[in-house]
Design a protein around this ligand. Sequence first.
Ligand code: ADP
Length: 626
Amino acid sequence: MRKKQFKTESQKLLDMMINSIYTNKEIFLREIISNASDAIDKLYYRSLTDSSVTLNKSDYKIDIKINKDKGQIIISDNGCGMTKDELENNLGTIAKSGSFDFKKENTDQKDVDIIGQFGVGFYSSFMVCKKVSVLSLAYGESTAYRWESEGIDGYTIEEAEKASNGTEITLTLKDDEGEERYSEYLSEYRIRALIKKYSDYISYPIKMDMPHQRLKEGSKDEYEDYFENETLNSQKPLWKKSQSEVTDEEYAGFYKDKYYDFEEPLKVISQKSEGLTSFEALLFIPAHAPFDYYSKTFEKGLELYSSGVMITERCKELLPDYFSFVRGVVDSADLTLNISRETLQHDRQLKVIAKAIEKKIKNELAKIQENDREKYEKFWNAFGAQIKFGMYDGYGANKENLKDLVMFVSSREKKLVSFKEYVANMKEEQKEIYYACGETVDKILMLPQVEAVCEKGYEILLLTEDVDEFAIKMLGEYDSKSFKNVCADALDLTTDEEKATKDTENEKNKEMLDYMKDAIGDISQVKLTNDLGSHPVSLSTQGEMSIEMEKVLSKMPGADKSMIKAQMVLEINMNHEILSKLKLLFINDKEKLGKYAKILYAQARLINGLDIENPSEYAQLVCELM
Ligand code: ADP
């Protein structure tokens, strides 16, 4: 029989498929099944208006058979089928769908991505087959035809026998070659797994004979194989149902199965959008962070479906980093139509979907924050760091969007509060939002400055995570109020009168304080203050870098510790009896004053959670004085 040639573009695509280096070759089955489902759709829709079509919806199905001896997989449907012309036009030409711009040379990375993400339909079977045979009888026709091809050098079409309408595709697999084990597709279990993975929500049953074993009749230990025809796909996706149709248990079960979580999700979000790009989404906010969430191996992303057919397992374009904890599924029928045409178009559509999803997630989180504080706190403890990082990341590009989701423990009730709540609680004369940093809430509350500010009746946000102060600095202000670290030297809550006494006292003792500063060395100032409550000393800082920032930054890999230095100020409580002792020493024993200064500085560092630069000198000094 005379071989017909493929159209030029098809030939190139075919060549790309046959020589594919694409690792995810398994998608060929998804493509064939999707075509079968489309063909059934066509006939089904026709039956709605054309009474000559007598099939019932329940008659439609897709059958898979495996012929191990011949190395074949046979997929058949009872859909619309193809006429001779259709076989010729649909399978001989790919260019008609304009799928590719073939000006570029063959298999570069971009093409490979297209195969993986959206497939190239029927031709993808040539990635795994040495021969493809399509036997089809169009509905209402009496003559069937067989289209056959062994690849690049063309195809044949001949008349053939077929009893009923539909298409039967026989795939003859390539021989195994090195790493490439094409024969794996002859396993019923492998095929079933592929159907589950990619085609679970095809709306017609996909059936296959599955092997089982049973005891031989009359025998106690002899088994025999038998086959049972089973439906491999579950057909109706949960996200296609309205939320009222699905029970909480069903959602939780789906989530746990799919994402291997033992705990129910904190929140189920179902979204339906009918805009220019319509889609359905079923999203889950987990109740706890997966063990690898804050590690490099964690991959964000949502599962992307197009009309019930899985396209990618983790489409990362659909989620911003700060919502990377969200799991779930997005299904858009609009994607297929355009996707294979133009990657650009597909990027744009994904962006539209991603925007809508992001907005939805944010609104849902805000609702939980408003209505169910206990739940929100659980969420916040699991994923708050990610949101705070999101506020800081990208030079604060998303800070406005995220700021109201952020919460910190406040000194007032040791409970999480939002900035909004904090501001609503501010004292009338308070101009700034106060915060303090430390390792734990309790440790921060013990800081002398914190104690003093709390005693005056102000509320302080207590920042305990590395990212916190950076995030707050990036935010800059909330409701036109800037943030103030209560441990920074610039905070002064004393009255004018107190301020005046303090200034005079500092002036009077300037020489002594400078002497102490020189004795200590690595410090920018020693000064007297009157807002440390009963504590003798504390540390504060001058300039932008706080003590906590110094700690965080110097922990980073490759940090140059000599460059990362907060400018420390040793504050001495002028109302504490230690001051008179120091004054005396300044007159009688300057050397001893130097040692006292070092000890007081070391103590202040310890109180503020810093280590002492020279512990053995410190120990020696203390012993000397004992
Ligand atoms: P796409 O499905 O993206 O259009 P394919 O290469 O997968 O591209 O298929 C080309 C065409 O062949 C389909 O559009 C359809 O018209 C036809 N076709 C493929 N498989 C079948 C089938 N099982 N039954 C009827 N027509 C089919």
